[in-house]
Design a protein around this ligand. Structure first.
Ligand code: AMP
Length: 350
């Protein structure tokens, strides 16, 4: 159990790291951010900041010496340099990164645990694509195997004709059938080192252009009916990985039950509502798990909670957001409101 005043290292410098650092501060911990970009919104609220490349081994070793525990807020941290970290310092482990960084490996991993992803085929080279489309059928989505997020690195394929001329990147792709879903939801759990697991209520998530737009509780009945099966899969994933911290699995609710979309080995945008809408937020419980503290209660504090992302220039309508007495406004401190950039979010409870 980390003592008050201990330092938690966070790999990654975005808004998830920022909200983790704020939760850590509330519990009496200091945070040290390690990130390759100089303008880190997590570093703005942390005690220390190392601005270095992921592969800078010296910088990583010095960073590790200053930390009593290390976690990550970004699933694409390269795994290889992390192998040099002292054993037991990093939670969750690198095995969760290895699975989540590769869409094919992730789908196979989940299948082995009895989960059901969308039908898919591996596409390593340009010449593989036509066969993959033939095998899986249309409509489908071609996704880069690695480094995709928020709908980036994806091509929608409505007919075999759409697949003509697409150049497959060197790291390969996966072609998956488009799932005819009723709606989307996520399972967010927290697991302690001793295996204790808790779940938050599962929100109904809507996306715009591949980016999360809203998370709403209560979720419609179709989600309620599928949450148990989805939780069971998510807890098998966590157990198999010996996972410590918050883990998110995203699902499509279909007329045939839940279809696994993807996992994130970290706190998740669809869990931001837990800051005001749950007894203990995802950020606090992640820090508790990493620090070896008892987990907090994950119950919702109201029946109705709505989280709305502020994306791009939307975030700039501050007068309107501040005039709404029920809106809990969170701004991440990013200077530039580029299109598609997550600038903040609003949560309304009750
Ligand atoms: P991803 O980055 O893979 O989570 O994709 C972002 C969003 O695109 C998802 O939340 C869905 O709304 C949509 N999407 C991704 N894959 C599929 C699929 N196989 N079938 C239908 N919609 C999908």
């Amino acid at each position: 159990m980390l003592k008050p005043g201990a330092t938690i290292g966070i790999l990654g410098g975005g808004q998830l790291g920022r909200m983790l650092a704020m939760a850590a501060a509330q519990l009496g911990y200091r945070c040290h951010i390690f990130a390759p970009e100089a303008d880190s919104v997590a570093a703005d609220v942390a005690a220390q900041f190392t601005n270095a490349a992921w592969h800078d081994r010296d910088a990583l070793a010095t960073f590790a010496q200053s930390c009593d525990a290390i976690t990550y807020e970004f699933e694409n941290v390269p795994v290889e340099p992390l192998a040099a970290l002292p054993a037991g310092l990093l939670a969750p482990g690198t095995n969760a990164l290895e699975v989540a960084q590769d869409r094919i490996r992730e789908k196979r991993f989940v299948e082995q645990l009895g989960g059901r992803p969308a039908p898919f085929a591996q596409v390593d080279y340009d010449a593989d694509l036509a066969d993959a489309v033939e095998q899986v059928g249309t409509p489908g989505i071609l996704k880069t195997r690695r480094d995709g997020y928020d709908g980036k690195g994806q091509w929608r394929i409505d007919s075999a004709h759409d697949a003509l001329g697409i150049r497959i990147p060197a790291t390969g792709c996966v072609y998956e059938g488009r799932v005819a879903f009723e709606c989307e939801f996520s399972v967010i759990l927290v697991r302690r080192r001793d295996g204790a697991v808790r779940f938050w209520d599962s929100p109904h998530n809507t996306h715009e252009g591949g980016i999360l737009a809203t998370s709403t509780l209560p979720a419609p009945p179709i989600i309620g009916a599928q949450v148990e099966a989805a939780r069971s899969l998510a807890s098998r994933v966590a157990e198999k990985l010996g996972y410590v911290g918050v883990l998110t699995c995203e699902f499509f609710a279909t007329s045939n039950g839940p279809v696994f979309n993807e996992m994130a080995p970290r706190v998740h945008n669809s869990g931001h509502w837990t800051i005001e809408g749950a007894v203990t937020s995802q950020f606090e419980n992640h820090i508790r798990a990493v620090a070896g503290l008892p987990l907090g209660d994950t119950s919702s504090t109201a029946e109705r909670v709505v989280m709305e992302n502020l994306i791009g220039a939307h975030a700039l309508r501050l007068d309107r957001h501040l005039a709404d007495p029920r809106a809990h406004l969170h701004l991440y401190g990013k200077a530039e409101a580029r299109d598609g950039r997550k600038m903040g979010h609003i949560t309304r409870v009750g």
